[in-house]
Design a protein around this ligand. Sequence first.
Ligand code: C5P
Length: 223
Amino acid sequence: RPRQDLTGLKVVVSAGPTREYLDPVRFVSNPSSGKMGFAVAQAAAERGAEVTLVSGPVNLATPRGVQRVNIESALELRDAVVQSAQAADLVVMTAAVADYRAAEVKTEKEAKGGDTKTIELVKNPDILAELGTDKGRRVLVGFAMETHAGVERAADKARRKNADFILLNYPTQEGTAFGGDDNQVTLVQADGTHEAWPRLSKREVAERLLDRARALLAARPEL
Ligand code: C5P
């Protein structure tokens, strides 16, 4: 790879989990570590891109030269990503966005009650799909974790969300995905064509992702 080959490009990366609060001290979330997104942000910055990293709560240092925006909920993530995506050439959604949030966030801590409790949830907006409806010449990349029928489901997601490609991974593989330093992904395009990459460090997955995105951008006419 030529050094600084992303100079002049604006890249937005989302990373980590979201927290959907039920009351001031409780939330629904997931174990996303943010490592994949931080690796993309760091690699892009080192290759010369101007990088905005929109991150949920994670335990990771901000890579050098990266502008970081901290968010908690999916609605906050959406605001931050949609705003920074306006001027972006590439948006990479690695964030593990909660599919649902509480229908009502209690303003005071909920007291213990009976033996069972029902929480009503409402659907969160799909941020990647929203970006896909007004895409311009931006390249949009998503991630998907599937336990079965991965390629088919990921291709369907790429189509539905108008993403250029989706990197599919499996939650069950040892040492990869949630929390691990490696990842084993399959690149899936909307037309169903796919390519399995070997197990690699998240940094190397990030570099290859950026290589592909850069090639797509280079082939795309200016608007
Ligand atoms: O959750 P799902 O498998 O549909 O996620 C696929 C991609 O869509 C991921 O890149 C994720 O960040 C993104 N997504 C999103 N907004 C959501 C749910 C997922 O942008 N509400």
